[in-house]
Design a protein around this ligand. Structure first.
Ligand SMILES: NC(=O)c1ccc[n+]([C@@H]2O[C@H](COP(=O)([O-])OP(=O)(O)OC[C@H]3O[C@@H](n4cnc5c(N)ncnc54)[C@H](OP(=O)(O)O)[C@@H]3O)[C@@H](O)[C@H]2O)c1
Length: 136
């Protein structure tokens, strides 16, 4: 079974995306640059699966050192993950992907960045709490 993880960065209010990019895209401040570098360090040698828009934003150089695959809504998560037995698989979003894959993710690596501007994609904390054991 694959070791299924998530790595993502969010703004102070849970901002994830804006117009197909990171909301803070191009921000030159060190913490933003360090986050991008960290993403490539941590995913090196592993598998990154994500929806087609997120994959479209992955730069060409990233393909050299990791397995990168666009996933589609007609594919069953268990079939996708079965392709990567014994690998570390990072589920890279966006939100509709995490809605479905969250119950399978046992390690969340979330960086909060000092951004609090607009977004059209948001982190949903319910992704961390997919068990049924909590009393209503
Ligand atoms: N801050 C971060 O760390 C971070 C991480 C990821 C993304 N983002 C941002 O989020 C935005 C992109 O996300 P997005 O949601 O708009 O587009 P996306 O990355 O294409 O992901 C959503 C799409 O994934 C596909 N998909 C694959 N498997 C699925 C499944 N089992 N269930 C449902 N859908 C599935 C669906 O497309 P089909 O129906 O066409 O297959 C769905 O519309 C960008 O702004 C990006 O920068 C930010």
């Amino acid at each position: 079974m694959a070791d299924v993880r998530c790595i993502c960065a969010i703004g102070l209010s849970g901002q994830l995306g804006l117009k197909g990019q990171l909301p803070w895209e191009g921000d030159p401040r060190p913490e933003f640059r360090a986050d991008v570098e960290r993403f490539f360090d941590i995913t090196r040698g592993h598998v990154l699966i994500a929806g087609p828009k997120t994959i479209a934003s992955v730069p060409e150089f990233a393909y050299a050192e990791r397995t990168i695959r666009a996933i589609r809504s007609h594919e069953k998560p268990e079939d996708v993950l079965a392709e990567y037995q014994d690998r570390v698989v990072f589920v890279g979003g966006g939100p509709p992907v995490w809605d479905i894959y969250a119950p399978l993710i046992m390690h969340w690596d979330i960086t909060r960045l000092p951004y609090d501007g607009p977004a059209d994609r948001w982190f949903d904390p319910k992704w961390l709490l997919t068990g049924k054991g909590r009393p209503l």
